[in-house]
Design a binder for this molecule. Structure first.
Ligand SMILES: NC(=O)c1ccc[n+]([C@@H]2O[C@H](COP(=O)([O-])OP(=O)(O)OC[C@H]3O[C@@H](n4cnc5c(N)ncnc54)[C@H](OP(=O)(O)O)[C@@H]3O)[C@@H](O)[C@H]2O)c1
Length: 433
């Protein structure tokens, strides 16, 4: 095609500016690979008068995003504003005007995905979102295309770089959670308000998007059972290390019979597990397919340049498929069809657990605690006492138990005279392969 792909951008922040730079600096390769020239024709920002470090004629910066989504000289809209509104309305308006859309907006897709995909199909346009999960890591397209012939059994991901950085500092430097959060903020990995990261909602939005495409069933962020890292202590990390584990914030989406379990929570994983080696702000997704077996994708889950790579890749895919606009999204949507699966409540999920208890230091304590576990039919895999007198603590690892039963057992333990407090309960993941 010779007339080029004309791109209207919504946003020129961390990701938008990196997209504009990449389109400019890699223009020749991109043109060759896309089969056409990809050109930014307008960019909406909040403040068009601000100086920006982008190779762009400043007259292309506008304040009115509505102009871009309806402009006849814009073929494709790239949404990198973020947030729910006005991003949602702008994407719907762009699709109503017959334009395919590329977005990096995980929060929007996790909350309003079905509405946006339905609209894309209705209008015969595409909605691509490789950058919304895992930043620079290609994970949406591999699941949607390369693995389309297989059945995914389980996805286990480290999907939030900020919390992975924080947990890495706690593991490698013995930092407290608060100190590690401050360090992440100083390096620009964590926001001034880090709650979306440390409370797990960013990872939950990404888990919802991955579960939706892996299991052909709509999963929203609110459907994801979520526990962040705010209760993880330096003691938990130290005990994990002594047991041969590391603590990670995991996003897990798995098939359980005809249903699907999707959850985000801290977990102890064996040091030999492939995700244990994912340090600092890196992300990874471990996919288990029925036929392909384990497959891991690893890389930078955020940052302007890595994320721009995914956004530009989507633009190139749109440029190549222009004659058949809408086919990518329609095919993905068709897969949802009748196969809506129910979600497994977290109470029903099975797993091993680590418990850290403050206990009285006197004879018979261990017997009373073991009796409580036996009463709930949970068998203990490992137990040891740490410290003496007022400092006495018990570390327990269970065999596989149902979450509900484990919580009931914890309530029984709390009633015992010999148990002063339950400090922590963390899930323990089995090894991989
Ligand atoms: N940053 C990352 O590493 C990363 C990674 C993966 C995905 N994402 C996703 O990418 C999206 C963008 O993130 P970002 O970090 O690039 O955000 P950002 O740096 O805050 O940039 C947002 C841009 O949108 C513009 N904007 C905001 N509201 C607007 C409005 N109402 N009208 C017109 N323009 C508006 C801003 O204009 P001004 O410049 O004038 O303020 C700015 O240029 C988000 O959905 C985010 O979740 C980001």
């Amino acid at each position: 095609m010779s007339d080029g792909l004309r791109v209207g951008m919504l946003g020129c922040g961390t990701v938008g500016a990196a997209v504009i730079r990449m389109l400019h600096e890699h223009a020749n390769e991109i043109e060759r690979r896309a089969g056409t020239h990809v050109e930014v024709v307008r960019v909406a920002v909040r403040d068009p008068d601000r100086q920006r470090d982008v190779p762009l004629d400043p007259s292309l910066l506008v304040k009115e995003p509505d102009e871009i989504v309806s402009a006849p000289d814009v073929d494709v809209v790239v949404e990198v504003i973020g947030g729910i509104e006005p991003a949602r309305s702008l994407i719907l308006a762009a699709m109503a005007a017959g334009k395919s859309v590329v977005t990096a907006n995980k929060a929007l897709l996790a909350d309003h995905g079905p509405e946006l995909f339905d609209e894309a199909v209705r209008r015969g346009v595409d909605l691509l979102y490789e950058a919304a999960v895992g930043g620079g890591i290609p994970v949406i397209r591999p699941i949607r295309e390369h693995l389309a012939g297989d059945r995914i059994v389980r996805l286990t991901g480290i999907l939030n770089g900020t919390t992975n950085y924080i947990l890495t500092r706690m593991t490698e430097d013995g930092s407290s959670l608060d100190d590690a959060v401050r360090e992440a903020q100083a390096l620009g990995y964590a926001e001034a308000d880090p709650s979306a990261d440390v409370e797990g909602s960013d990872a939950a939005a990404k888990a919802a998007i991955l579960a939706t495409i892996a299991f052909d069933t709509p999963v929203a962020a609110n459907d994801v059972s979520r526990e962040g890292i705010t209760a993880v202590t330096a003691d938990d990390i130290a005990f994990a290390k002594r047991l041969g584990y590391v603590v990670k914030l995991l996003a897990v989406a798995e098939r359980v019979g005809d249903s699907v379990s999707v959850r985000v929570h801290p977990a102890m994983i064996p040091i030999s597990h492939p995700l244990a080696a994912v340090r600092d702000a890196f992300n990874a997704v471990l996919i288990d397919g029925e036929r392909v077996g384990p497959l891991m994708l690893y890389g930078r889950g955020a940052g302007g340049d890595p994320t721009a790579t995914s956004v530009v890749g989507d633009q190139i895919e749109l440029a190549r498929g222009r004659a058949a606009a809408g086919t990518i999204t329609t095919a993905a949507h068709a897969a949802h069809g009748e196969s809506v699966r129910s979600l497994v409540p977290i109470d029903d999920v099975l797993g091993e657990f680590y418990l850290l208890l403050d206990v009285a230091d006197r004879p018979g304590v261990l017997a009373a605690i073991a009796h409580a576990f036996a009463h709930h039919q949970i068998s203990i895999k490992q137990v040891w006492q740490e410290g003496h007198g007022d400092e006495a603590r018990l570390v327990i690892i269970t065999h596989v138990a149902q979450e509900r039963t484990l919580r009931e057992c914890a309530r029984t333990l709390e009633q015992l005279d010999s148990v002063k407090a339950i400090r922590s309960i963390i899930r323990v993941e089995a090894g991989e392969g």
